[in-house]
Write a protein that binds this ligand. Structure first.
Ligand SMILES: [Zn+2]
Ligand SMILES: [Zn+2]
Length: 201
């Protein structure tokens, strides 16, 4: 079993993920992920405004140190939970609000592995989502994306049926109760994070 180290940029928040349970690598170019990148600061988004995530089960993730730095925000009252390290504003992962949807997209920035290691352990990025809102032309290949999508759907279904969804470091003992208070942005705060008026990378 290969584990990948999770590490925020400053190293206070640490953990690990079972690489064998990562279903796929994906890059998302949606406006929400871009807004979240702006919320955290510079150096989160790639040149096209994309955020790479490793799609996996929350049960495959473990935090070992610095849990006091784990923070959670949402871009709106219905938005997904976006987890980050408050010490240095490194994105950690995105989860649905419902615990039984056993999914976390671990953000590339917190995976302590070089590109060669990631390619070897997880394969290449085959899934590029919401390319229409990318800040630069991005080739999307629906055919290549079919397989990783199917793997993610299978992973979710298996966790749902097998009860693996219960083990989830982002949620507490109460159902659907996140382990940290969630900072929900107001509409004004959310609007202030839109790319309009922001310097394009
Ligand atoms: Zn940190
Ligand atoms: Zn997105």
């Amino acid at each position: 079993m290969t584990t990948l180290t999770l590490r925020c940029r400053c190293g206070r928040l640490r953990g690990q993920v079972d690489a064998g349970r990562i279903a796929a690598r994906a890059v998302c170019y949606c406006k929400d992920c871009q807004a979240y990148g702006h919320f955290l600061g510079t150096g989160v988004l790639d040149a096209a405004g994309g955020t790479e995530v490793a799609a996996t089960l929350p049960a495959a993730v473990r935090f070992d140190a610095g849990l006091e730095h784990l923070a959670c925000m949402s871009l709106g009252p219905k938005g997904i939970y976006r987890w980050y390290a408050s010490c240095c504003r490194t994105p950690i992962g995105n989860t649905p609000r419902e615990q039984h949807m056993a999914y976390v997209g671990l953000v590339r920035a917190c995976l302590d592995a070089d590109d060669t290691t990631l390619a070897r352990e997880l394969g290449p990025v085959r899934l590029r989502a919401n390319t229409k809102s990318a800040m630069a032309p991005v080739a999307s290949n629906p055919l290549a994306a079919a397989w990783p999508l199917a793997r993610i759907v299978t992973m979710l279904a298996k966790a749902r049926l097998g009860g693996a969804w219960r083990a989830n470091p982002f949620f507490g003992t109460q159902a659907d109760e996140p382990v940290k208070p969630v900072t929900v942005l107001s509409l004004e705060e959310r609007k202030a994070l839109t790319p309009q008026g922001q310097r394009r990378p």
